[in-house]
Design a protein around this ligand. Structure first.
Ligand SMILES: Cc1cc2nc3c(=O)[nH]c(=O)nc-3n(C[C@H](O)[C@H](O)[C@H](O)COP(=O)(O)O)c2cc1C
Length: 291
């Protein structure tokens, strides 16, 4: 990677061409929107609320299904290769078996890595969060590793008693990396209308408000596992990216910032490198907390 920024899943990564655009605009790697074995419509509008300080979304994992996603990923791969930017294909599923099947299908597009979204709060009653139970998370990793020849990353939720326990379980199961974190469950109410704002009533919280939760998760996990972490959650500026790297991340996911800044990826990258220059850091790996 030319820089440590990774376009987070679900934001901008809904088509091959958008992934290429993210690569051109400054991402060091890009992640596609999570896809499932079968197509999904997602929730009805309103699905996203964008406020000062945070985003609440319940898009509902709308996607065209793994078979169609392969075409988008192949297009992304072609364009991103020219930019020297790796493509991470994100998948989610209702069962361990479906995770493996979806992985096999998206592998046809030859992504550089597979991300297992086992932590989206927007799956409703038909799905369950595999990342809430260490044994379940580990089973998904083992099943996907069995059918994949590329690195496999497990995306975790902070909404558990002990994220470190889940991180250790996926590492032991063979995960090559961890993505921490996904959104936190949340809700907003329109008092005058006396209704929840999102049609799904509840959604996932992201953006600036998520940063302290993400930093703490990355910090705790990085002290207990050897595999690299893509630290994701609330990174809106170069300084936020520095903090995420200091917390123990090897790379930094950028999602919601794209809705707030015109050229978020390019600007955050430039701010990160400017901070390093001004403060005498020559390598990303030098961004560490004091002992
Ligand atoms: C509109 C929206 C859609 C998202 N869709 C996905 C998704 O499809 N798969 C996934 O793993 N995460 C998804 N996420 C979560 C992000 O990838 C990321 O983990 C989270 O938003 C925290 O990072 P941020 O604060 O930089 O946005 C989505 C987030 C938002 C705001």
């Amino acid at each position: 990677m030319g820089n440590p920024l990774v376009l987070a899943s679900g934001i901008w990564g809904t088509s091959g061409l958008l992934l290429v655009r993210a690569a051109k605009s400054g991402a060091g790697a890009v992640t596609s929107k999570s896809c499932s074995l079968q197509p999904r419509e997602g929730h009805k509008n309103p699905t996203i609320v964008l406020l000062d300080g945070y985003v609440l979304n319940a898009v509902g994992l709308s996607n065209p299904g793994a078979k169609t996603e392969v075409e988008e990923l192949a297009e992304a791969k072609k364009g991103c290769l020219k930019e020297g930017v790796p493509v991470i294909a994100s998948i989610f599923a209702r069962s361990v078996e479906e995770f493996a099947q979806a992985a096999q299908i998206v592998m046809e597009a030859k992504p550089d890595a597979i991300e297992l979204n086992m932590s989206c709060p927007n799956v409703g009653s038909e799905g369950r969060m595999f990342a809430c139970v260490s044994e379940d998370a580990a089973k998904v990793v083992v099943a996907v590793k069995n059918v994949c020849s590329v690195p496999v990353f497990a995306k975790l939720t902070p909404n558990v008693t002990d994220i470190v326990e889940v991180a250790k379980a996926v590492e032991e199961a063979g995960a090559d990396g961890i993505v921490a974190i996904n959104t936190m469950p949340g809700m907003l109410i329109d008092a005058k209308a006396r209704r929840p704002i999102l049609s799904n009533r509840e959604g996932g919280l992201s953006g600036a408000a998520l940063k302290p939760i993400a930093l703490r998760a990355v910090y705790s996990v990085s002290r207990e596992v050897e595999i690299p972490i893509i630290g994701t959650g609330g990174v809106m500026s170069g300084l936020d990216a520095v903090e995420m790297l200091m917390a123990g991340a090897s790379a930094v996911g950028v999602g919601s910032a794209i809705s707030y800044r015109k050229n978020a990826l390019g600007e955050i990258r430039d701010e990160l490198f400017a901070f390093m220059k001004e403060n005498g850091y020559s390598k990303i790996s030098g961004l560490k907390l004091q002992e």
